[in-house]
Design a protein around this ligand. Structure first.
Ligand code: SF4
Length: 378
């Protein structure tokens, strides 16, 4: 198996992580002179993760190049942040399993710019604890269709070559066929698990945009063709794939470019291959705007956008433009393949009605995904 090693300038390994498999693997892959053993995260800069203090552009950039291997003492398995705004946003019952934080890629719109306050990338080496936590809940509710994603605050696969967590997770979820595991990525790192036969409840998904938007805004990610090629490998190995056309970004030729994206998906995948396609639009917290400007300049499409305050305190395109973009994409995809399951991500009921003319519970193939589940975590 050949792969490109993620680039880090400095790697810290704390005492609690020293003997882990991940630590051994990292030590075998990186030069010894960039690896430092520390007592705990507290021995790093005291200001490393001050609550409510946003990082500067320089600190945020540096946080992508510094890695800490540590153990996580909190709760791994949580509801998706969209669920906490249930009243204003339509919730698709998503759960997240956080096995680290920060990302080694660099999208201009990335919400981590306002979400994270730690100046390092972290990988939690204690996956056993995460799996034990999951097992306790899965054993209680094996027949509930929980959807669990590992790509909320760290990409699911771009650092997987260091952890090989995909292999552990696939094995675990195969024991609970009603539960769905989703690896969400903008990388093409799939070789490390592709020898394991897929299963209907293991989904590998790509956040995807037209090549023009990827090239302009999604720095350090796999290019459009690379993502499609990785998705085809997964499909051929028996995995289901999914695509998140999110965030749709408005630009001069958006209709042509998003049509091309829809056509490429329809050309390469059947509705049976694709578990779901979600569509979302550009959104971010107002406080990250200055960081985006400083880090990506005014040529960036996201910095040229006219944005308005909306639900959850985020800035979004105005409701009219959002509905126009969603409706266009939905109709285009359905015209190419009427069997595709398509839903809107983190959107208001009003936008669902305006863009799709129905709520998810009125769409037979989306009903299961949106029906309320027992509140095991809030
Ligand atoms: S791939 Fe996702 S997490 Fe990584 S920089 Fe892009 S938006 Fe952020």
């Amino acid at each position: 198996m050949s792969f490109l090693l993620p680039i880090f300038d400095t790697i810290y390994i704390d005492q609690s992580a020293c003997n882990s498999e991940v630590s051994q693997r990292v030590q075998s892959l990186y030069p010894a002179d960039i690896i430092h053993f520390i007592d705990s995260e507290n021995s790093l800069d005291k200001n490393n993760s001050k609550k409510n203090v946003q990082m500067s552009a320089e600190e945020f950039n540096a946080s992508k190049k510094t890695l800490l291997l540590t153990t996580f003492k909190g709760q791994f398995f949580k509801r998706c942040p969209g669920a906490t705004q249930k009243k204003s946003l339509t919730c698709c019952n998503y759960f997240v399993l956080n096995l680290g934080s920060q990302c080694n890629m660099n999208c201009s719109y990335c919400y981590l710019q306002s979400y994270l306050n730690s100046k390092i990338t972290k990988i939690y080496v204690n996956i056993e604890d995460a799996l034990n936590e999951l097992k306790a809940i899965a054993d209680k509710h094996p027949d509930q269709p929980f959807r669990v994603g590992t790509g909320e605050i760290i990409d699911s696969l771009s650092l997987d070559i260091l952890t090989l967590y995909s292999r552990r997770l696939i094995k675990f979820f195969k024991q609970y066929p009603r539960w769905i595991l989703e690896f969400k990525t903008k990388s093409d790192c799939v070789e490390q698990f592709i020898d394991i036969p897929g299963a209907a409840n293991i989904v590998v998904s790509w956040s995807i945009n037209p090549p023009f938007v990827i090239n302009s805004e999604e720095h350090g990610t796999a290019r459009f063709e690379e993502r499609l090629s990785a998705a085809k490998k997964c499909r051929d190995a028996g995995y289901r794939v999914a695509f998140h056309i999110d965030p749709m970004i408005y630009h001069e030729n958006w209709k042509e470019n998003y049509s091309y994206l829809a056509e490429e998906l329809a050309k390469n995948f059947s509705a049976r291959d694709i578990q779901v396609i979600s569509i979302g639009s550009l959104r971010f917290q107002p406080e990250q705007r200055h960081l985006m400007r400083e880090r990506f300049g005014f040529d960036s499409l996201v910095n040229q956008a006219e944005m308005f305050p909306s639900e959850g305190g985020k800035l979004r395109y105005d409701a009219g433009l959002r509905s126009e973009m969603f409706s266009f994409m939905y109709k285009k995809l359905k015209s190419l393949n009427s069997d595709l399951n398509i839903f809107l991500c983190m959107e208001t009921p009003e936008t669902w009605i305006k863009a799709l003319e129905k709520m998810p519970m009125q769409v037979p193939e989306l009903k299961e995904m949106f029906k309320p589940l027992p509140d095991v975590r809030s």
